[in-house]
Design a protein around this ligand. Structure first.
Ligand SMILES: [Zn+2]
Length: 57
């Protein structure tokens, strides 16, 4: 099984202005550990997965 996690563009909440959520595209990676469980969790490279805590770089 291929474990590559290519960088894709994802959209995350960037700021809250009271009226709604402003979003912006950022480069992200899917957490490989969550991906193996069938979950797609986006992690900003250099951060840890918010679900399982796996560092993603
Ligand atoms: Zn994870």
């Amino acid at each position: 099984m291929c474990h590559q996690t290519p960088i894709d563009k994802i959209v995350v909440p960037a700021m809250y202005d009271g009226e709604g959520i402003t979003t912006m595209p950022v480069p992200g990676r899917r957490c490989p550990a969550c991906l193996e469980r069938g979950d797609t969790v986006w992690v900003i490279p250099g951060k840890c997965c918010p679900v399982c805590g796996t560092p993603v770089s």
